[in-house]
Design a protein around this ligand. Structure first.
Ligand code: DX5
Ligand code: ZN
Length: 218
């Protein structure tokens, strides 16, 4: 089993000192920073805007893994694209996923597609050539600190099989309730990138916690 990349969720950082939270995760060995953008409509919570993404990008701490939980992609995709390494949209938010992914790719950025817990992955083969990352939500999007939904493990395995069958290079990211208790199961199932908010930011030793998520030892 290969080591996972770790993307700490800034949703769990101090909201009035996000740059400090981001720097602490870089020092602890994180690979990128997960920025949860919520619009108060697609999900019942409101978080970061493009100004915040711009500021983090300007700091150049780590590449930004931007997770759009918003309905209005016509606005949000161009607003966040300049700051993203990965820009991920929810399949449930658009009737035109293929076109949105084309837009992200044609800007030279890595495109991600996120699936809510109740969403089947069977549409994926039709868009995989335009995708760099599939984000399997392992909680309902909207809040940090929720419990991992174990029924998502077979979905991660199914997505892994689909990626293998495609022969394409597509990463699988999981997001929600990821802790030291379930990280090994997720890596075994095929997850390449683990997002973690409350577990990492609540840990007394973030470096050890990141290592433990990444490879099962500190
Ligand atoms: C939830 C967000 C997650 C969240 C994860 O909608 O997409 O990125 O911050 O937080 P934890 O790891 O606490 O479940
Ligand atoms: Zn997220």
């Amino acid at each position: 089993m290969s080591e996972a990349r770790i993307s700490p969720s800034l949703l769990s950082a101090d909201p009035i000192n996000i740059v400090a939270g981001a720097k602490s995760m870089k020092e602890a060995g994180a690979d990128m920073l997960h920025l949860d953008v919520m619009d108060g409509s697609f999900v019942p919570n409101l978080t970061f805007g493009p100004q915040c993404a711009s500021r983090l990008h300007q700091e150049g701490i780590l590449p930004l893994d931007i997770h759009l939980m918003v309905k209005c992609l016509d606005w949000a995709v161009p607003a966040f694209l300049p700051y993203a390494e990965y820009l991920t949209v929810h399949v449930e938010a658009t009737d035109h996923l293929h076109r949105v992914l084309q837009t992200i790719r044609s800007a030279g950025k890595k495109a991600g597609v996120a699936l809510n817990p109740a969403t089947s992955p069977e549409f994926l083969p039709y868009v995989l050539p335009l995708v760099d990352m599939v984000l399997v939500m392992t909680v309902n999007p909207g809040f940090g600190g929720q419990s991992f939904i174990p029924e998502m493990l077979p979905k991660v395995r199914r997505v892994k099989d689909m990626v293998r069958e495609s022969g394409l290079s597509v990463s699988i990211e999981v997001d929600g309730g990821v802790t030291g208790q379930n990280a090994h199961l997720l890596r075994e199932a095929g997850a390449d990138i683990l997002v973690s908010g409350s577990y990492l930011f609540g840990s007394p030793n973030a470096r050890e916690a990141i290592n433990f998520l990444r490879r099962g030892t500190i």
